[in-house]
Design a protein around this ligand. Structure first.
Ligand code: IFM
Length: 456
């Protein structure tokens, strides 16, 4: 293997590309779609760096056929996309919007015609605003409504969709959305963020059960964003800071989902923040029910430095101050977004999961990718190198540990709306000219197509 070739993978390995509804669809007021928390949040002055929103995005609500053609041209096995809950049930509960379901029905059929396997994410952050108005994920009832919505979608698509992801990155929806306020709904609450994290996981458990009840033969997973937290220096304070960061970012989610309970240290870490009264008997059994796969989104490692509690990181206005700051390390290359490029973090994530969870289900890397801030089609050698180095690290992890890695999805098929950062960061294998919607494959797309075409 040279550095611009993909590693050998077992037969059946799934190559894919990923997107999410609010980031690509646009059409936010069409055919009965209700408002989501991202429609509301993006209207708040200063919430999004460039003042934009997903109102039009890549216009995939109209151009989805082009996107399916791009996937087919790329030669991927699978497409990971998400369903917009407010497109299917405008108010989050109650009346089902047939036109919204029809959109996804057509997309799934078009993928089937091209032999592309859908991996469907049910929740990629676009909560119906009506549910937020009555408390959102702070409330257990939202988890129950999520299960109802799951049933509606599974009954319509479950005859053709086998692979389901309940949630994308519950850390971000809860701790960033309800704790830091950098994402919708833009709250800065301690107890609220922890309640949201727990209720998202309850929602995951209920949704998984709803999927299995709707169709036999479904494969159910959840996608977690995992970032190894390493101490910025050898000081005991930084070691302790890294452990706290690991607990909040990773173990708060991996341990209940895969290990049967919240990690040691969880109650202590949050003692001053919440009475944890949102927990109910039976929740952990629901959250920890066996899964068919785990989705891992890996982008970077965190170099954690201890900071005094009364001097929190000014970049993170979080309501949950755990006394940690993420720092850049000299000599570590970074992306245009300042994210450290460290493929060994993916190795450590995968081998670490295998070490800690003896019953770890098969794993898919459901997101991994790099953004360029420059407009245009250049900078692609960086992307090709990023992909090959991360895949090499993943391949080493499978050689050195029992992790059963079944697939890799590049984030993202298209440049798209990067949440609070707006349209500046471009993650796509395909460049999107936002004023016209025109899609132009980058060199990385052509490179990946050649690599995939060369498979035996
Ligand atoms: O764009 C996001 C995606 O929605 C979730 N995972 C990380 C990506 C890059 O920030």
């Amino acid at each position: 293997m040279t550095m611009s070739e993909l590693p050998e993978v077992p037969s059946g390995f799934v190559w894919g590309a990923a997107t999410a509804a609010y980031q690509i669809e646009g059409g936010v007021a069409e055919d009965g779609r209700g408002a989501s928390i991202w429609d509301t949040f993006t209207a708040r002055p200063g919430a999004v760096a460039d003042g934009t929103s997903g109102a039009v995005a890549c216009d995939s609500y109209h151009r989805w056929r082009d996107d399916v053609d791009l996937l087919a041209g790329l030669g991927v096995d699978a497409y990971r996309f998400s369903i917009a809950w407010p497109r299917v049930i405008a108010a989050g509960e109650g009346e089902v919007n047939k036109a919204g379901l029809d959109y996804y029905d057509r997309l799934v059929d078009a993928l089937a015609e091209r032999g592309i396997r859908p991996f469907v994410t049910l929740y990629h952050w676009d909560l119906p605003q009506a549910l937020e108005d009555s408390g959102g994920w702070r409330n257990r009832a939202t988890a129950e409504r999520f299960a109802d919505y799951t049933t509606v979608v599974a009954e319509r698509l479950g005859d053709r969709v086998r692979d389901w992801i309940t949630l994308n990155e519950p850390y971000v929806s809860s701790m960033v959305g309800y704790g830091e306020g950098r994402h919708a709904p833009g709250a800065t609450e301690g107890h609220g963020a922890l309640a949201a994290a727990h209720h998202l996981l309850v929602g995951h458990g209920l949704s998984a059960a709803a999927l299995r009840a709707a169709h036999s033969g479904v494969r159910v997973g959840i996608t977690l964003n995992l970032s190894p937290a390493v101490p910025a220096t050898d000081s005991p304070a930084d070691h302790a800071a890294a452990a706290r960061m690991d607990l909040m970012l990773n173990r708060q989610f991996t341990d209940p989902v895969l290990g049967g309970g919240y990690p040691d240290g969880y109650d202590e870490l949050y003692a001053g923040v919440s009475d944890l009264s949102f927990r109910r008997d039976g929740d952990l059994a629901l959250i920890g029910a066996p899964l068919d796969f785990l989705g891992v989104n890996y982008y970077y490692r965190i170099h954690a430095a201890a900071v005094p509690h009364d001097e929190p990181d000014p970049a993170r206005r979080t309501a949950i101050d755990i006394g940690v700051r993420s720092v850049t390390r000299e000599g570590v290359p970074v992306t245009d977004l300042g994210w450290p490029i460290e493929p060994r973090g993916l190795y450590d994530t995968l081998t670490g999961l295998a070490d800690r969870f003896p019953n770890l289900p098969p794993v898919y890397v459901t997101e991994n990718g790099v953004a360029q801030l420059r407009e245009g089609l250049d900078a692609d050698p960086d992307r090709i190198r990023f992909i090959t180095e991360h895949l090499a690290a993943a391949a080493r992890a499978t050689a050195d540990s029992p992790v059963d890695l079944r697939g890799y999805f590049y984030w993202s098929l298209l440049d798209n709306f990067e949440w609070a950062r707006g349209y500046g960061p471009r993650f796509g294998l395909v460049h999107v000219d936002y004023p016209t919607g025109e899609r132009t494959p980058r060199a990385s797309y052509h490179w990946l197509r050649e690599q995939l075409a060369g498979r035996s």
